[in-house]
Write a protein that binds this ligand. Structure first.
Ligand code: RB5
Length: 160
């Protein structure tokens, strides 16, 4: 069951405007608290700055989760993962979308508008939003990701 209090942000690059619009309207009509950051409307933005903008807002606590869409979902996942404390993955199937939250506790779901259609994207987003982090055997793994990322972001305070 989806947490009704979740604040969701969505954005895309020029390869995914139709899919973003369709998902935004679908989620809005489903009662999701969703904001279209629309970063690319301000200028001819590229996916790295669009993804970074959303990921920073997740890091800062403005939104609980984010959806980023580009042509493949790959570039958006790469850039979102460059923000400390933000974890993103590409999902083009329902099982992966569930595991992205249940196992990996990722706050950002990315998809490729050139890879999947609108109806599949809706089902994938629903599965991810309805999933919660399971903890248990997944907890030490995500803890280790957080510890290891400190090597990248704060190399002077190495813990290993
Ligand atoms: C197009 O700019 C394409 O490179 C982008 O949408 C995305 O697929 C990159 O990963």
């Amino acid at each position: 069951m989806r947490d009704e209090n979740l604040k969701i942000a969505i954005d895309c690059d020029d390869a995914a405007t139709d899919l973003k619009k369709a998902l935004y309207e679908y989620l809005k009509n489903s009662g999701v608290d969703i904001t279209d950051l629309n970063y690319s409307s301000k200028k001819a933005a590229l996916y790295p700055e669009i993804g970074y903008n959303l990921a920073l807002k997740i890091k800062n606590g403005e939104y609980d989760r984010g959806i980023l869409i580009c042509g493949t979902g790959l570039g958006m996942a790469i850039i979102a993962n460059k923000v400390e404390g933000v974890y993103a993955g590409v999902c083009h199937d329902v099982y992966s979308a569930e595991r992205l939250k249940k196992s990996n506790n990722a706050q950002v779901l990315t998809m490729g508008a050139r890879v999947i259609g609108i109806e599949l994207a809706k089902v994938i987003v629903d599965a991810w939003l309805e999933s919660e982090f399971s903890g248990g055997r997944s907890q030490p793994k995500v803890d280790q990701i957080q510890e290891l990322e400190q090597r990248s972001f704060h190399p002077s305070s190495q813990i290993y």
